[in-house]
Design a protein. Structure first.
Length: 193
């Protein structure tokens, strides 16, 4: 994936993230009926974002001009390939994407260039990342605030638990009794539990 493609994917992921925030705020009743209130709330939520695509993390400033019209400035590349620098590149992004749409159509116009329409597909969203198809490849794109990114460094790493001593079952429940004794050979037909 080329560097310009990563930046266009970044713009598309920010649009998806804003649509998800708008949906969450609408469902929680956080939006009043005035669109200016929506713009102000979304602006506070997405002011400074960290977007991670593969091994590159970008810091982006987002300005919500109106709903569906955003100015995104990639402030700096936080880590990744040092040859891939996107410092102070600006984009004008427009989209009418809403959660539930099959594709994400995003018009991306670099500061010094013509507008290009990018088409992405949102496969799923887990708590940490969006699964997005872009140019036929699937990417896990993490979008979070800079503060969330900083605090994630203090999260403990989950250890894999040893389940070798447990009998795992696809159904919930408890074993009340066993009909055979340890060491007894069994056939498939008699009841064991």
């Amino acid at each position: 994936m080329t560097h310009p493609e990563k930046l266009r994917l970044l713009c598309g992921a920010v649009v998806v993230h804003i649509a998800q925030l708008m949906r969450d705020m609408s469902l929680s009743g956080a939006f009043a009926s005035f669109s200016s209130d929506k713009v102000a709330r979304i602006q506070r939520a997405v002011r400074e974002l960290a977007v991670t695509i593969k091994d590159d993390t970008f810091e982006a400033d987002v300005v919500v001009n109106t709903l569906g019209d955003y100015s995104i400035t990639v402030v700096k590349t936080m880590h990744g390939d040092p040859a891939v620098s996107a410092d102070n590149q600006s984009f004008r992004v427009t989209s009418d994407f809403e959660m539930g749409d099959l594709t994400v159509d995003v018009d991306v116009a670099p500061e010094s260039g013509k507008k290009e329409t990018q088409v992405l597909q949102l496969l799923s969203r887990n708590p940490l990342a969006y699964k997005i198809i872009y140019h036929g490849s699937q990417f896990d794109v993490q979008v979070c605030t800079l503060r969330e990114r900083l605090l994630a460094n203090f999260m403990p790493v989950a250890e894999d638990s040893d389940t070798s001593k447990f009998l795992m079952s696809p159904m919930p429940g408890s074993v009340a009794s066993l009909s055979v004794k340890a060491g007894t050979s069994c056939l498939a037909t008699p009841a064991l539990l």
